[in-house]
Design a protein around this ligand. Sequence first.
Ligand code: ZN
Ligand code: ZN
Length: 148
Amino acid sequence: MPKITSAKNRKPPPDGWDDIETNLLDFQNQLKDATDSSSEGQKKHESTHKVFQISHQRSRYIYDLYYEKEAISRQLYDWLLKNGYADATLIAKWKKQGYEKLCCLRCIQTKETNFNSTCICRVPREQLKEDQEIQCVSCGCRGCASSD
Ligand SMILES: [Zn+2]
Ligand SMILES: [Zn+2]
């Protein structure tokens, strides 16, 4: 009969984890700061945007490590996604043409925006008036069209 230990569901991370742990901890701290600051009188949407942006950067970091730099193994990449270090759905979008810089998934969930097609931040700069204000209501993105 196998011995039951408290570490049963917590397998150690795959090889390569040690190399990125510090950076991921850094993201973790930034996220914590952003979440904490929401209770310190900061405008609610500002801290929400911050949290969105940091999670975005963290997903991008992991995406780059695996797809661009090929610096981590598939095993570690999968482990990171499974443990919530990156947003798998967002990364799946980045692999599609035209979505390489997508800031957040809400931008392409048309129901939640005031625009019938997509969020204003997805519209290329050249199609907008010069002084037009661009900001994603969900994450505060100021433009993430692939052509920008
Ligand atoms: Zn955007
Ligand atoms: Zn967005």
